[in-house]
Design a protein around this ligand. Structure first.
Ligand code: ASP
Length: 324
């Protein structure tokens, strides 16, 4: 009897929670990388776009950076499943399980998938003092500087880590990787000349390329981009790296056990945010492509992540690029 009452009370409180959600407190979107970087950029634009469809709720960004994005992901995996702590993450949700041994959470069972956000290309960029204005000259410079080249990234398991490892593997040159808590601080050091090269999302590199603060050598997509600042960049494939293709994507997640009504509210708000013309304009200006309805469905996104795990796992293993 006592147990039945407890179950009934839990159900009532769950309905009450979903009814009043999200009025109790601000919603926090955890970004597992440093502020000012490419993932942070997407999260801040999304937080703004989510406000209206969530009835004017306050949506804040919490940067829980480090360990290639696994600290922030772990924070959300262990957070209260009440809809007030969400995770915005990228392709690492699919590559971390293979790329990093011993991650302290399970990407398939510790989260509720709320939907996909966008696809984002990456770019290969270099410090401004590099004596190479195009990919061909960069190849010559790399050949002449083997053993001395530093490549920045956002830590083991991050997108820049994956892209950098695939790049080294494709050109058969080892570089010294320098990990940061995100590619925002790495970008500062690249511009300052402390590191030589980096592979990073266009949501971070577009304005620096436009402002001629860094050299831009290529995009990592199979096709050239249409974004004005990036449209003249060759692909790595046409630069001679056969089959090279990395596209980053972002998704939104909640801790496992978040009530279904709250998940539904969040997915509806995400769909509305992804149709917000202001959000679309900001993202397109940074080379990102905002996804549309079917891909925003939670089940569809979960299927997509599983397919990405299946796609990347053999590539990472064959390249021998996974790390502890
Ligand atoms: N671009 C980073 C990465 O390589 C993440 C970031 O700083 O947003 O995964």
């Amino acid at each position: 009897m006592k147990r039945m009452l407890m179950v009934a009370a839990a159900a009532v409180s769950c309905f009450a929670q979903a009814d009043t959600y999200p009025s109790a407190k601000p919603i926090s979107i955890v970004v597992p990388f440093a502020a000012g970087g490419p993932t942070d950029r997407v999260a801040r634009d999304l937080a703004e776009a989510l406000r209206k469809p969530l009835g004017g709720a306050t949506v804040v960004v919490d940067n829980a950076a480090g360990a290639g994005g696994s600290i922030g992901a772990n924070k959300v995996a262990k957070a209260a499943p009440d809809g007030y702590t969400l995770l915005l993450h990228h392709i690492a949700m699919a590559t971390m399980p293979t790329l990093v041994r011993n991650i302290p959470f399970k990407v398939d069972s510790d989260f509720e998938y709320l939907g996909m956000i966008n696809d984002v290309p990456m770019t290969l960029i270099g410090k401004p003092s590099l004596p190479a204005n195009n990919y061909k000259d960069l190849s010559t410079w790399i050949g002449a500087n083997k053993g001395k080249i530093n490549l920045g990234n956002a830590g083991v398991g991050s997108a820049s880590h994956l892209c950098g490892l695939l790049f080294q593997n494709a050109i058969q040159v080892d570089m010294t990787t320098v990990p940061y808590k995100g590619t925002a601080p790495a970008m500062t050091d690249l511009i300052g000349g402390q590191i030589d090269l980096m592979c990073d999302q266009t949501t971070n590199t577009t304005s620096q390329i436009e402002g001629k603060k860094v050299h831009a050598y290529a995009v990592t997509t199979a096709k050239r981009l249409t974004t004005p600042a990036l449209k003249d960049l060759p692909t790595l494939q046409e630069s001679g790296l056969k089959g090279f293709e990395v596209t980053i994507w972002h998704g939104l997640y909640a801790p496992k056990g978040t009530p279904a009504d709250i998940q539904a509210k969040l997915n509806a708000a995400l769909k509305a945010a992804l149709k917000d013309p202001e959000f679309i304009k900001k993202q397109e200006g940074l080379g990102a492509v905002v996804v549309t309805d079917k891909r925003v469905e939670p089940a569809e996104h979960k299927k997509f992540v599983a397919a990405e795990i299946a796609k990347w796992s053999p590539v990472i293993k064959a390249a021998g690029v996974y790390a502890d």
